[in-house]
Design a protein around this ligand. Structure first.
Ligand SMILES: O=C(O)CCC(=O)C(=O)O
Length: 351
């Protein structure tokens, strides 16, 4: 077993706990050191600059590295006001109106339209969503359709790739109304790539593809149930901890400053332990360490973002409002060689 020098451990801890002003974690710091040891990227944190002058680009690099290291350590990160640039007029415009108005309105329209189509095609008995056994145990039960997957009672994921790639002929109403996505992707790309490029299998494709992107909308309807903690993918290496190969980006389209609409809960640092939990090999599975009980439930406004490793344990809390949907835009970025097929089965609702 490798011996870690105390200086290295201290540096590792120092860099991984740099405050970048985002989110809160109540996880225990002793665990941080152990997991820091487990993370190959933690030990390669950029050393402090010896130069006496700090340029804007140095500052940006430091901020990016600190954000990436925090993500690597905790398996998630909350970026407050990420899509809002009120405090810096030299930056590009705030994307809050695009998210809170355009995408929000579209999410409700899309939701209603999907249930109308489900009804027109004979998949459900009413032309709108209702919480009953038809959904919980019947036709819309997991695994669902290409366009809509019922993740848990009252909780649905609606594919936007499906709209972008196929829906033009099938349903022009859906296709033409989709708001701009590119400014949101552009804003995220630099950070996402800096995380994905750490993966040993990361390789840009000859056609210039830097990542795969699945985009969808996650809607939790009133009276949705609390989910079980789960991961969204297995690890790519069972022998040692590797950096993330696929990242979930949750972008709220309504303010969630209380728990009423059912925010997402994550288990910090669980992305390291889950390596053992979902192995096909029973012997490896038996090595699973007991998971820490501390959890984090970020309360986010439109303009904030939650990013987490697909291997981090998480769940959606119940929407206990009387009649308000909780819509989120979800972007899943993966290394070019990885295609998330498990979460999107068929058939199409149009078939
Ligand atoms: O609704 C949420 O916040 C999380 C949903 C989720 O993890 C899922 O549907 O798999």
């Amino acid at each position: 077993m490798t011996t870690i020098s105390p200086i290295l451990l201290f540096l590792c801890y120092l860099f991984s706990s740099l405050s970048v002003g985002f989110g809160v974690t109540n996880a225990d710091s002793a665990v941080a050191k152990v997991l820091c040891d487990a993370s190959p990227t933690c030990n390669s944190a950029t050393p402090p600059s010896t130069s006496s002058t700090t340029t804007i680009s140095d500052k940006n690099d430091k901020k990016l590295n600190a954000t990436r290291d925090k993500f690597n350590r905790d398996g998630y990160i909350v970026l407050k006001n990420y899509f809002r640039n009120n405090d810096d007029p030299t930056q590009e415009e705030s994307l809050v109106p695009l998210l809170g108005d355009d995408w929000h309105d579209f999410s409700l329209k899309y939701w209603n339209r999907i249930f109308q189509v489900l009804h027109e095609k004979g998949h459900i008995s009413e032309p709108h969503h209702v919480m009953n056994d038809e959904y919980n145990n019947g036709k819309l039960r997991h695994p669902g359709y290409k366009e809509i997957v019922h993740r848990y009672p009252g909780r649905y994921e609606l594919s936007l790739n499906r709209i972008s790639d196929h829906t033009k002929e099938e349903d022009s109403l859906l296709y033409h109304d989709m708001p701009l996505l590119q400014p949101i992707i552009d804003k995220l790309e630099h950070l996402i790539l800096s995380i994905l490029k750490q993966h040993p299998n990361y390789q840009e494709l000859p056609d210039g593809t830097k990542y795969n992107l699945l985009h969808s909308m996650l809607i939790s309807a009133p009276h949705s149930l609390i989910q079980k903690f789960h991961v969204d993918t297995k690890h790519t290496n069972e022998e040692e901890h590797w950096p993330a190969h696929i990242i979930n980006v949750f972008i709220p389209l309504v303010n969630m400053t209380t728990r009423v609409l059912g925010p997402t809960e994550v288990v910090p640092r669980s992305h390291v332990q889950t390596r053992f939990m979902y192995s096909d090999n029973p012997q490896t599975r038996s090595q699973a360490k007991p998971l820490g009980s501390s959890t984090v439930t970020p309360l986010m406004n439109v303009g904030d973002v939650l990013m987490f490793d697909f291997r981090t344990l998480h769940r959606g809390l119940p929407n206990v409002s009387r009649n308000q949907n909780r819509p989120m835009l979800v972007l899943a970025f993966s290394i070019p060689s990885f295609h998330d097929k498990a979460n999107w089965p068929g058939p199409s609702i149009f078939e």
